[in-house]
Design a protein around this ligand. Structure first.
Ligand SMILES: [Zn+2]
Length: 266
């Protein structure tokens, strides 16, 4: 069964003003800046166990082409090698950068990522976009039916997230001041933020902001606050989240895309 699907992206301008939002609270001026993903009027996150146990999410690298009918983007994916070859980045180096990206989120909140070899079993799939669009996209799909009914008193539960990189764009590891070539760790860390339930809070300033800039590739205070709002601090229960988004959502159906086709330069 098809879940609600969200596509979002890095490096594309978003037309509407982004607001910071903290579930259940009115943001204060000094609050760290983050924004929770909202699908169909609901905030979303991966299932959180009780008793302070971390949310555990598996991930895998695609090893062969795969299609995901119903996904807004990343609906046709290739193994990540396709996005690395042109840039002379080895799969080994890419995997190390991805691991570092996941590690940043693990350190920020009560969430753990485990690599699995089978794409079939993975919650987050990483690969290249067979349709070579934009720079990078994340597609978030939610549980529906019974699984959704079970969590109707809380946020909607994420079933699967797809992360795809455009194989026709150049990629690099590290910053060199050339904003036309995106750093893989920055990009993947940003996309993982979407994959776990965060949105763009602003044009710049946080790693979850939507512009590619080369100031820092580590999580900023707003990014950490967003992860904690969803999953709690290490060893602590995840906070209760409102089922409904704190601000009115423009998405009645759950399908929503960000900034597609907008100005790609910074
Ligand atoms: Zn993004």
């Amino acid at each position: 069964m098809r879940g609600f699907v969200l596509t979002t992206c890095l490096g594309l301008a978003v037309a509407s003003a982004a607001l910071s939002a903290r579930a259940g609270e009115t943001p204060k001026a000094a609050d760290p800046e983050f924004r929770l993903l909202v699908l169909g009027g609901h905030t979303v996150r991966w299932n959180v166990p009780a008793a302070g146990l971390p949310a555990t999410i598996t991930y895998a690298f695609l090893t062969e082409p795969a299609s995901f009918p119903g996904a807004r983007n990343c609906d046709a994916m290739l193994a990540p090698d396709a996005a690395l070859k042109r840039s002379h980045v080895s799969l080994e180096d890419f995997r190390r950068e991805v691991r570092a990206a996941f590690s940043q989120w693990e350190q920020a909140a009560n969430i753990v990522f485990k690599e699995v070899s089978s794409a079939h079993d993975a919650g987050i799939l990483i690969g290249a976009d067979a349709k070579s669009r934009g720079r990078a996209f994340t597609n978030v799909a939610l549980h529906q039916g019974l699984a959704r009914a079970e969590v109707k008193s809380g946020p909607d539960s994420i079933r699967q997230s797809l992360i795809c990189l455009n194989p026709d764009q150049p990629w690099k590891i590290g910053f060199d001041g050339n904003l036309n070539v995106y750093d893989l760790r920055f990009t993947v860390t940003h996309e993982i933020g979407h994959a776990i339930g965060l949105d763009h809070p602003s044009p710049e300033g946080q790693l979850m902001s939507f512009r590619y800039v080369e100031k820092s590739r580590t999580l900023q205070p707003g990014d950490v606050a967003g992860a904690v709002a969803l999953y709690g601090r290490k060893g602590m229960d995840a906070p209760a989240m409102p089922a409904k988004a704190p601000s009115p959502s423009p998405a009645p159906s759950g399908d929503r895309a960000f900034g597609l086709g907008a100005n790609e330069s910074r």
